[in-house]
Design a protein around this ligand. Structure first.
Ligand code: ASP
Length: 346
């Protein structure tokens, strides 16, 4: 008989385990006991499950780099003892946490699956049970086809760093426009895109929990003032900026703007250009309006989501002191977060 797989559940909070103290009151995070008592079938699974519960459980709006590092360390401390990990997490910032973990867990070769729910586990129409059971099945699958960080929600497992929360109400709350689902769950689990066997090859498992949060965001819009632009581009408190431009990476051909971008880069900042569109990629140089940005030293972010770009920049700035290395790695596909000619490299 094959050995039973061991999965560690890391319970951080989120709607899945929330309760209402009064019928009309707000949802409040509750501890893992609620999930255990509402879902005794957990004991019938074909894997052994241990649980680490964070205290207090958090609404994911309160989760950021400090908790990302804590989750990464929990996985690091338990990496050898478990075959897979399921992180229960609110859906609001799950795409950020998933993206961050995909970078911080270097050389990962086990499944790390984030899931949660749109309705708490003790509500009659809850989506929590299916999400949790399937996430556990993927994390404990005997062949381990998934060796990366994924988000399981609404019958699909997506690569976490390709995912965005796209809907506040429906059960399929996430999308991954630029990359197909890794797994579709129907009567069976269909592993459509297992993790490539050469992904992250040669990298030893390691937790990189040092992030540099001095990253800013500039989403362009028609009529944005020069003052607003400069307050971000020339801020002394920032080391990197994610620039969200139009379409395939375009911005106005305004001399003042190009000068500000050049001044920002001359200050040593890294500027990464991604699109405001839901899908597709920046292709700097396709239009004159983006060729100028390229000449100014702005880097093309390919088809990365905002969540992935932000997490990647915090990770690289935290890991490398040499800004030229950060620039080179930003435009390279290192965790499947962007389309690339070559495979995953680091
Ligand atoms: N506000 C909740 C959270 O992100 C929503 C959810 O869990 O889906 O924690």
């Amino acid at each position: 008989m094959p050995k039973r797989k061991k999965v560690l559940i890391i319970y951080t909070g989120g709607t899945i385990g929330m309760i209402k103290r009064k019928p009309e009151g707000p949802y409040i995070p509750f501890d893992f006991k609620l999930i255990k008592s509402e879902f005794p079938e957990l004991d019938r699974l074909e894997c052994d499950v241990d649980v680490v519960s964070y205290d207090p459980p958090l609404d994911s709006s309160n989760i950021g780099p400090v908790v990302w590092a804590k989750i990464a360390r929990t996985i690091g401390e338990n990496y050898k003892r478990f075959d897979g990990f399921v992180i229960l997490h609110g859906s609001d910032t799950m795409a950020y946490t998933g993206s961050a973990l995909s970078f911080m867990l270097e050389g990962l070769s086990k499944p790390v699956i984030l899931t949660g729910a749109q309705l708490p586990i003790n509500e009659i129409r809850t989506d929590a049970k299916e999400n949790l059971v399937t996430a556990l099945q993927i994390a404990s699958h005997p062949d381990r086809p998934i060796k990366e960080v994924g988000i399981y929600f609404g019958s699909k497992l997506y690569r976490a760093n390709r995912t965005q929360k796209a809907h506040a109400d429906v059960f399929s709350a996430f999308n991954s426009v630029n990359f197909p689902a890794l797994v579709e769950a129907g009567v069976h689990l269909y592993f459509r895109h297992p993790t490539p066997t050469d992904a992250w090859k040669g990298i030893e498992f390691n937790v990189q929990d040092k992030l540099d949060t001095r990253v800013g965001h500039l989403r362009f819009f028609p009529g944005i003032s020069a003052e607003t632009l400069d307050s971000v581009l020339l801020s002394p408190n920032l080391k990197g900026i994610i620039l969200q431009s139009y379409g395939a990476g375009n911005l106005p051909t305004d001399k003042g703007l190009i000068q500000s971008l050049k001044a920002s880069i001359a200050q040593g900042k890294v500027i990464l250009n991604i699109t405001q569109c839901m899908g597709g990629s920046v292709e700097m140089g396709r239009y004159a309006t983006s060729a100028l940005l390229l000449q100014a030293g702005v880097l093309p972010g390919g088809d990365m989501t905002f969540e992935a770009a932000l997490a990647k920049m915090m990770y690289l700035l935290g890991k490398y002191t040499d800004i030229e290395t950060v620039r080179q790695m930003l435009v390279r596909n290192i965790r499947g977060e962007m389309r690339a000619e070559r495979g995953y490299t680091e």
